[in-house]
Write a protein that binds this ligand. Sequence first.
Ligand SMILES: [Fe+2]
Ligand SMILES: [Fe+2]
Length: 454
Amino acid sequence: MRKKLFIIPVILVSVFFLFIQNCSPANQSQAGKPGEYPTKHPDRIVATWNQDPATSFNVTWRTNSSVTEGKAMIALAKDAPKFHLKAKSVEAKVQKLKADRVGEDVKANYHTVTFKDLKPNTMYAYKVGANDEWSEWFQIKTACQQEKPFNFIYLGDAQTDILSHWSRDIRAAFSKASDAAFIVHAGDLVNHAHRNQEWGEWNLAGGFIQSMIPSIAVPGNHEYWRYTDNRDDPRLLSIHWQKQFEYPRNSPEGLEETAYYIDYQGMRIIALNSNRKIEEQSKWLEKILKDNPNRWTVTTHHHPIYSSGEGRNNEELRAAWEPIYSKYGVDLVMQGHDHTYARGRTKNIKKGVNVRDQGTGTVYVNSVSGSKMYNMRDTKWDPMGGVMKRAAENTQLYQTISVSHDTLKFRAYTASGELYDSFDIVQQDGHLANKIIENPVDVEERTFENTIKY
Ligand SMILES: [Fe+2]
Ligand SMILES: [Fe+2]
């Protein structure tokens, strides 16, 4: 009897402590939309690179604020399930998301690891978490140190209806090119720069794809907004950007992780921030184009050199970067912002001969992957000095790009998987411009008139 009397207070005290622990504000799961609020379990797991893709990669993830330490485990991905017994542990850098300054009520910690000293061309498995809360194992293959053929995906603005409508697009892209080495996001990933719920949608829509295929993203104008309602405040980069993405810090000052370049198996991918410091980036761009050992060079930025959206024209940007692209023979420029599809190049002065610059074969593409759609400019690119060769309105698209020694094969597909645009860029010997081979696609140009009413 005395023993029983002793047990009752012990149980009561234990229940009380369990209650306190689980109901402390940090552990409480806030009610919200799926993926909006963090728990102790890692979510928003995104792979990126901030150094050589042949020997490293980064992963970021989110937890609630009660998880103040994060860890990742990494192992060679072997086929025997006990591969994990050989895993190494890596400590994460932890950063608090200061969301109250933008009027958001989320309390989250972001965790970042950089896996280093990896073997090139090797499949690794990793998981992230801490204590009893771990993600599943994801696999990522490191790049080769030499030039070697590979594929990647390019997506224009996701921005609106991200979970309901963009998800099908990124998933269709993954189904078409599941071996993609990376995914280029040309800005406007969300509509409201700082809104946690929209970043939740972006992560839910991309899900495990983004945990296993590194993202190469640039910010659009929608990734910049004021912290408060005060109209005099400056528009600042999304509070989520640098928590979510870990990029090389090789940009001009003040553009860290929004402008950078990465070399991947014979291709230099240059990400530019078309929202800020255009002149500073011009100088930087020239420098990294001059000193570029790669056979292929592509760039991505949000605002297009040649606008396809009604009433839009980025003259300053075109004046600054188009001559540099021509001069250094940049092969392909991937852009967003105009919520239409447009593909073409700088106009030749004489028919068939590119008199402006013998060395240019630069192809410009604007695309859109989400649900927001604009009208095409009536005059297309003509008054701007560009020739548009393929266009679309009112169409969600994704692009797959295969790169080999001499040829870059660019394919644009509609969200339902129809091939909509197809061309190959072929490198010529010497200093000749690239040859562009247009592959016939038997699909009428899509417009607001011949598609479902917007
Ligand atoms: Fe946009
Ligand atoms: Fe935009």
